[in-house]
Write a protein that binds this ligand. Structure first.
Ligand SMILES: Cc1cc2nc3c(=O)[nH]c(=O)nc-3n(C[C@H](O)[C@H](O)[C@H](O)COP(=O)(O)OP(=O)(O)OC[C@H]3O[C@@H](n4cnc5c(N)ncnc54)[C@H](O)[C@@H]3O)c2cc1C
Length: 291
């Protein structure tokens, strides 16, 4: 299929982009890396009358450390995330996630803002944002607002963004010396979206995990914070018995619908397996002095 006809404007400033969005409303869409949007146009899943190109806005660029946070501009590509030294040192989960995202050509153009706004339930970065308790900063002609990642993903490809809002940046807490994180997934082929995946963040003391945040992706219509499994692991020696209790709690945390990869039973089994693997990996990860 071919894309329907649409207008195109390259925004020359954030204010310009906000004005266009306010003027054209739901008939318009912002264009970042185009890696998901152009496919939805080609399949006529989306028929905006106007594309507002935000890919060259300097206000959306850059990765900076600000006190206890690393601020990542929405226009940061996946490739940039994977190479950035601040990310490697202070938000290593993002670094670990990048190789799982699609292929090099897509990573060179796709942006973190686009991935979060698109909100594919099998995508890695939304789950990382929830696991790391990141804050998404959205802007519009009405000003800026801050949205916790746990409240940002509200349904299948649906977020808390208003139609006139643009993601400007994402803030991630700087990882401390006792904190570690792991991302892993099961996919049919390298570069495919995950059949199921997990992002795990925790404070680690020997074999004990504290305040773990276990977030699954590819198992529901949005990233799922598995709070029962997290509670089962919290403050206990993470041995086989504890992991089994956490897996039992996980069965209550998840209610996976089937998808093209398989039914609910398969999704549950993948999630249980990933939970055990992620716990094993986080315990053996080297402590890296950060902060
Ligand atoms: C073959 C293929 C495989 C892929 N595999 C994976 C994968 O394994 N894992 C994964 O996570 N992703 C995968 N992707 C998606 C890829 O990561 C995209 O780059 C990403 O989802 C969208 O980013 P983008 O910058 O290209 O956004 P675009 O395609 O330009 O936009 C996507 C949507 O987000 C909106 N948008 C973009 N930027 C903003 C913003 N700053 N504020 C508000 N709204 C905005 C657009 O209006 C549009 O609705 C894959 C894509 C393809 C084509």
């Amino acid at each position: 299929m071919k894309a329907p006809p649409f207008g195109y404007v390259r925004a020359n400033s954030m204010d310009h982009a906000f004005r266009l969005l306010a003027e054209y409303g739901e008939g318009s869409k912002v264009l970042a890396g185009g890696q998901s949007l152009l496919a939805t146009l080609a399949f006529r899943l989306s028929e905006p009358s106007l594309l507002i190109d935000i890919s060259r806005l300097s206000e959306l660029a850059g990765i900076t450390r600000q006190d206890d946070f690393v601020r990542v501009g929405a226009g940061t590509t996946h490739t940039m995330l994977g190479r950035d030294s601040l990310i490697q040192a202070h938000v290593p989960l993002l670094n670990d996630a990048v190789p799982y995202i699609a292929h090099t050509a897509i990573r060179n153009r796709g942006t973190i803002g686009g991935a979060l706004a698109f909100a594919d339930p099998a995508a890695e970065l939304p789950a990382c944002c929830v696991a790391l308790d990141a804050t998404i900063i959205a802007g519009s002609s009405r000003g800026e607002r801050r949205i916790r990642a746990s409240a940002f993903f509200v349904g299948l490809f649906v977020t808390a963004l208003e139609p006139d809002e643009i993601i400007i940046a994402v803030e991630f807490p700087v990882v401390r010396t006792d904190e570690r994180s792991v991302l892993m997934e099961i996919a049919r082929r390298s570069g495919d979206y995950a059949m199921a995946g997990v992002a795990l963040w925790a404070r680690v003391d020997g074999l004990v995990l504290h305040a773990p945040r276990v977030v699954f992706f590819g198992v529901d219509d949005r990233p799922v914070l598995a709070s029962g499994a997290g509670t089962a692991l919290d403050g206990k020696r993470a041995d086989a018995a504890t992991v089994e209790l956490a897996q039992t709690a996980l069965d209550r945390d998840l209610d996976p619908p089937g998808d093209q990869h398989g039914g609910p039973a398969l999704k549950r089994q993948l999630a249980r397996t990933l939970l055990a693997r992620a716990v094993a990996q986080i315990l053996t990860q080297d402590k890296v002095a950060r902060a």
